[in-house]
Design a binder for this molecule. Structure first.
Ligand SMILES: Nc1ncnc2c1ncn2[C@@H]1O[C@H](COP(=O)(O)OP(=O)(O)OP(=O)(O)O)[C@@H](O)[C@H]1O
Length: 700
């Protein structure tokens, strides 16, 4: 029996003609360009299986790299599912970083270079890249760097190194932090001069040095080239220039290189991925083959058609027409809620109804969005799995400010706390006054003490007002306390001014404030509020242990790449979130925002909901476009002759027609759910109410 037939029997997947061609083309360069859900990862796995089982290639001779550790794990898992009983030794799937690190280690060993990693677990902690950059920023500006600024700086550095930007070109790289270039230069110098014996290395340096090793150490290069007869890379649209070059060096001179990519899913260009290099494949390998896979196996026709038309607004792309033979499915829902809480409540209500919760994903652009969802889920006792655990929200300056306002209200003599907030409320306190208070130390109410000093006329009443406000705060519920902080003490205005002055992202800061208000709503005391924040942080951290459980997945759009779910909720699709203000001003960023939205949509198999809040005027400008694309032909259910099934019709042995799965017989009915045995799709379980409300079933 031929390989493909055997694989169909053991995995249930019969590859299509293009996929088969991609598997059979083992020798020479191949670029496999493909649409979402077209089976890139499936084909790559089948190809590796083919190399092992049919061509009898040793697993150690295959270099299989992917973009992230999570993607490498997913790929290894899928490979295990397909081939666990067929191959004795698995292929190692690794990230390009871990691969590069192996090269660097042998390179440095040969050159007797000591090195220290300054990312990951670093001891002492001040040697960590983040700490070093914070210090270098302070040295340069005399100020403390904010989290947002630090992120911009780190992104700038990654971009420069991954794109192999030469020093004389640095000023051309955009960064919201104007000191970025100077700090980058100082950072490189600090690493070089740290001590004579040791080289400091960050993760991006691994790539730079690995490439240097391949260029300058012929022995290392030859050894790798000899070892790897076949080189395959998945998600290659996210590889940076230096990463592409490393892979290409190792694959040469045989060039048995299979590059799998979808330029429309390239969403890491902001930190240096280089899809342009990929698109010049033919000029690098004139004899190379390019295969295009556009049949989507994952999603309903509705989703495929809308996503396919949406992505065409981008100009910088390979022309592809994604299509599917899947059923039309159910309409895409686009909803805009007045209030964010209402939106979250709506998502929770529908998630609660789901039996198969691991087929549900809640996706968002920013990690901050996750906090409100986690809060709501925890209140409802719904467990979840988080794809990426980012707890920066709990240490963001807005969160810290609010907690400090509350803390200070308990003891207005705590000048050490006041120091962090005195410039963020409307008492117009001066630096000198704060300095004087700090010298005086903790004690009586700071405002009362200031009243005894020489004050500007306008300060007298302002300080009294501030004292009254702080005296009130600790007797209020957290929600009311935040209103006093925002309005009476003018924190919201101060926040806007601070963002304006320091070039910080004001929308991000307001999002955090709004999320904090949401969390505060269900709490009675300020202590309860602070404890709640701790609980949510710990819940998030614990959520990684729910992997594989029957729980919904929470993820950013970025981290959801490569995944698929029956139901996908894309939340917080608001103006200035996707696309952001910066995206609006830059055509390249705008195209990336479009791709990000596209990646989100194409994660859904059947059910896709696009949700925003703040009313239609606040919704993402992508949503009106999507609404236009939801033409009646793509969204309405195919016409069915029978009458819609009502609750009382849902009885065992009744034959029904489902709009997607066709004719079937109800075989089991429980209080909320029922099981239907379909003629062509086997047994499926449904929520009764959902089927009835949506009119998904008709009587036969
Ligand atoms: N020939 C095929 N026949 C039936 N199903 C297939 C076939 N090829 C792939 N699939 C199914 O299609 C779905 C998508 O496949 P896969 O995840 O490999 O796509 P992908 O191109 O890597 O997707 P993305 O780029 O969106 O992450 C999977 O459920 C897979 O089992």
């Amino acid at each position: 029996m031929d390989y493909f037939k055997q694989m169909e029997q053991s995995t249930g997947v019969l590859l299509n003609d293009i996929q088969k061609q991609a598997v059979l083309k083992t020798d020479g360069p191949l670029l496999l360009l493909a649409s979402p859900g077209s089976g890139k990862t499936t084909t790559l796995n089948m190809k590796i299986g083919y190399l092992l089982l049919e061509k009898k290639v040793q697993p150690e001779s295959i270099m299989a790299v992917t973009f992230s550790r999570a993607a490498a794990e997913d790929m290894a898992e899928r490979f295990r599912q397909f081939f666990h009983d067929k191959v004795s030794r698995p292929v190692q799937f690794s990230t390009i970083h871990s691969f590069a690190f192996r090269i660097v280690k042998s390179y440095f060993q040969k050159k007797s270079i000591n090195y220290r990693l300054i990312e990951g677990d670093v001891e002492p902690h001040w040697l960590h890249k983040r700490m070093a950059l914070q210090q270098l920023f302070t040295n340069k500006t005399g100020k403390k760097i904010t989290e947002d600024e630090l992120e911009s700086l780190i992104t700038y550095i990654s971009y420069v190194k991954n794109r192999m930007i030469q020093p004389d070109q640095l000023q051309k790289v955009k960064c919201s932090l104007k000191e970025a270039k100077d700090i980058y230069i100082a950072y490189e110098e600090w690493k070089r001069n740290y001590d004579d014996q040791t080289l400091l290395l960050d993760f991006d340096d691994m790539l730079t040095y690995a490439y240097e090793a391949l260029l300058h150490d012929k022995m290392i290069l030859k050894k790798l080239q000899k070892q790897y007869d076949y080189v395959l890379t998945d998600e290659s649209q996210d590889n940076s220039l230096v990463q592409h070059k490393i892979v290409e060096k190792i694959a040469s001179p045989q060039n048995n290189l299979c590059v799998v990519a979808d330029d429309d899913q390239s969403i890491f260009q902001w930190r240096g991925s280089d899809v342009g290099h990929l698109l010049e494949f033919k000029s690098r390998y004139p004899n190379g083959q390019v295969l295009t896979m556009t049949e989507n196996y994952r999603s309903s026709k509705t989703i495929v058609q809308v996503a396919n038309t949406f992505i065409k607004r981008n100009k910088e792309r390979y022309r592809k027409e994604m299509y599917t033979v899947n059923d039309i499915g159910i309409p895409i829902e686009v909803q805009s809620f007045k209030k964010r809480e209402a939106k979250i409540r709506y998502v929770m209500d529908t998630v609660k109804e789901q039996v198969n919760r691991k087929e549900v994903a809640i996706l968002y652009r920013n990690n901050n969005s996750a906090v409100s969802v986690v809060n709501a889920m925890d209140r409802l006792n719904i467990d979840f799995y988080m794809k990426e655990i980012d707890t920066k929200f709990f240490r963001h300056w807005v969160t810290t400010d609010l907690l400090n306002f509350m803390r200070f209200s308990y003891h207005t003599g705590r000048v050490d706390v006041l120091e962090h907030i005195y410039s963020k409320f409307n008492a117009y306190m001066k630096k000198d006054q704060m300095k004087w208070l700090l010298q005086e130390g903790r004690g009586e109410c700071a405002f009362a003490r200031l009243q005894n000093t020489k004050l500007e006329a306008y300060q007298v009443s302002k300080l009294k007002q501030a004292k009254r406000a702080f005296d009130k705060i600790n007797k209020l519920s957290p929600s009311a306390a935040i209103t006093v902080i925002e309005d009476d003490l003018g924190y919201r205005k101060a926040l806007e001014q601070r963002c304006e002055r320091l070039g910080l992202n004001v929308d991000r800061a307001k999002e955090i404030l709004d999320a904090l208000k949401e969390i505060a709503e269900d709490e009675q005391t300020l202590k309860g509020f602070a404890d709640r924040l701790k609980r949510l942080e710990s819940k998030m951290k614990q959520s990684k242990f729910n992997k594989g459980e029957n729980v919904p997945t929470l993820s950013t759009f970025h981290r959801a790449k490569g995944l698929e779910f029956d139901r996908v909720y894309m939340i917080d699709l608001n103006r200035d979130i996707l696309p952001t203000k910066e995206d609006n001003d830059d055509p390249e960023l705008m195209e990336e925002a479009v791709r990000l939205f596209y990646v989100g949509m194409t994660r859904a198999r059947e059910h896709l909901e696009l949700l925003s809040s703040g009313g239609v005027q606040k919704e993402s400008p992508f949503l009106p476009q999507i609404k236009k694309l939801i033409a009646p032909s793509t969204v309405t259910s195919p016409h069915r002759a029978g009458t819609t099934v009502a609750h009382e019709d849902l009885l065992p042995n009744t034959t029904i027609e489902h709009e997607k799965f066709g004719i079937g017989t109800i075989i089991d009915v429980k209080s909320d759910t029922m099981t239907v045995d379909f003629e062509h799709h086997g047994e499926k379980e449904f929520i009764k109410q959902f089927c009835v409300e949506r009119g998904l079933l008709t009587k036969v």
